[in-house]
Design a protein around this ligand. Structure first.
Ligand SMILES: Cc1ncc(COP(=O)(O)O)c(C=O)c1O
Length: 410
């Protein structure tokens, strides 16, 4: 009989390559901090505006009208009425016709990304990924054994000239990427939006070199003054682009629902490889009802105003308290402001000092695949209470001053 220690050794030998690449660390939503903190850390929606009333109405309608279908297994494409509602809504938002067989529903967009990786990636495949980036997706690509090639960003989004350079360099080694991963709108963490000219060129490159673009649009609908340029998906003419989207930021993260748009044969492959019996038919129908009733569009419209006001408040406070120490580009939407600290001020130390003062921020290094030192902080303005923003930035300024004066003294 094996004891616990022996079994752990046996288990190590039994683990899949994927499990070994990922390692033993389990991701869990952050425990509430027992202190009264002000959090600029998580990419989470505003709490007071979560649409509980709209969800309640939709739940009641679904249970009255389609109880049987809502409470039975669906299929691996996801609930049909939600796919229909998403196809119609996407046709309007994308400005190109989207058919139901181009839509698959996932358990959040994180699952959509993983599902696409299952279809495409083998160990050693190359994925081009803009940098900095959302660490959750980088971890997913790595778990499939992919080799990540970092492509830098600037104020106009992904540096497409650097993509061309990487393609040429890989070609010289006899290699090609399978996938390029980008968050073109209100990027996480950098806040930038890709210009139309770069989008057009990127789609052209995907067609020339035969790779797929994975367009992650978790924040695209949450623009402030004007919608972003057409999506890569819309510009692609129906090939070479897969677009993952999420209900997390426009309804609630707790739904765990997202949708993917792509070429029908690829979407069929994604449905075919799933073994989870699809996402919840019940929740899917509830969200379909929110779309059909117009509640979702009205809610998104409200959210744009809420997040714009929070950003304005944050920028006012940054100008008042932090201006000598940092600079930033104003995001045109989304949840994040990417703060560049003055050279010589260590962002990690600032994050620690801010934490001592009850303010949580994201240290920039977490968003680079190589964890390189960077002088950036990611400030999420989405989740924090409006009334706490000024106080939070004030304390952040104190933290920056403390680190700056230490580095002056050293
Ligand atoms: C850019 C980006 N993509 C994907 C996700 C995953 O979100 P979800 O799985 O909740 O849709 C997030 C979450 O923060 C994100 O920021």
């Amino acid at each position: 009989m094996e004891g616990t220690a022996d079994f752990e050794a046996t288990l190590e030998g039994l683990l899949s390559r994927r499990a070994r690449i990922v390692g033993p660390t389990v991701w869990a939503a952050a425990q509430p901090d027992p202190r009264p903190v002000i959090s600029f850390a998580g990419g989470l929606p505003d709490i007071p505006s979560l649409p509980a009333g709209e969800l309640e109405r939709a739940v009641r309608a679904v249970l009255e009208r389609e109880r049987k279908e809502a409470l039975e297994y669906g299929g691996t494409y996801g609930p049909y009425p939600l796919r229909v509602a998403v196809a119609e809504r996407s046709s309007r938002i994308e400005g190109v016709p989207v058919a139901v067989d181009q839509v698959i529903i996932s358990s959040g967009s994180a699952h959509g990304i993983g599902n696409l990786c299952e279809v495409l990636l083998d160990v050693g495949d190359v994925v081009l990924a803009e940098s900095p980036n959302f660490p959750g997706s980088l971890r997913t690509f790595r778990s499939f054994g992919a080799e990540l090639v970092a492509i830098p960003l600037d104020a106009d989004g992904l540096r497409v000239d650097a993509v061309e350079e990487a393609l040429r360099q890989l070609d010289a080694e006899g290699r090609r990427p399978k996938l390029l991963y980008t968050i073109p709108n209100h990027q996480n963490p950098a806040g930038c939006t890709m210009s139309l000219a770069r989008r057009e060129r990127l789609v052209q490159l995907a067609k020339e070199w035969g790779f797929l673009i994975l367009e992650d649009d978790a924040y695209g609908e949450l623009w402030f003054d004007a919608p972003p340029p057409p999506s890569l998906f819309a510009l692609s003419g129906g090939t070479h682009v897969v677009k993952v989207n999420s209900f997390s930021k426009i309804i609630a993260t707790g739904l765990r629902l997202g949708w993917t748009l792509g070429p029908a044969p690829l979407v069929a492959r994604m449905a075919a490889i799933r073994y989870d019996m699809g996402t919840s038919p019940f929740l899917g129908r509830v969200v379909a009802e929110m779309i059909r009733s117009g509640d979702l569009d009205r809610h998104v419209e409200r959210l744009r105003g809420i997040y714009r006001r929070k950003l304005e408040r944050m920028e006012e406070a940054l100008r008042r308290y932090c201006a000598p120490y940092c600079r930033w580009e104003r995001p045109r939407g989304g949840f994040f402001l990417w703060l560049a600290l003055r050279e010589g001020i260590d962002a990690r130390e600032v994050a620690i000092e801010a934490n001592h003062r009850g303010v949580l921020v994201g240290a920039g290094a977490a968003f680079f695949a190589d964890g390189r030192p960077t002088n950036h902080l990611r400030l999420a303005f989405s989740y924090v209470d409006y009334e706490d923003i000024e106080e939070g930035v004030h304390r952040l300024a104190e933290a920056i001053e403390a680190v700056a004066s230490r580095s002056r003294g050293s």
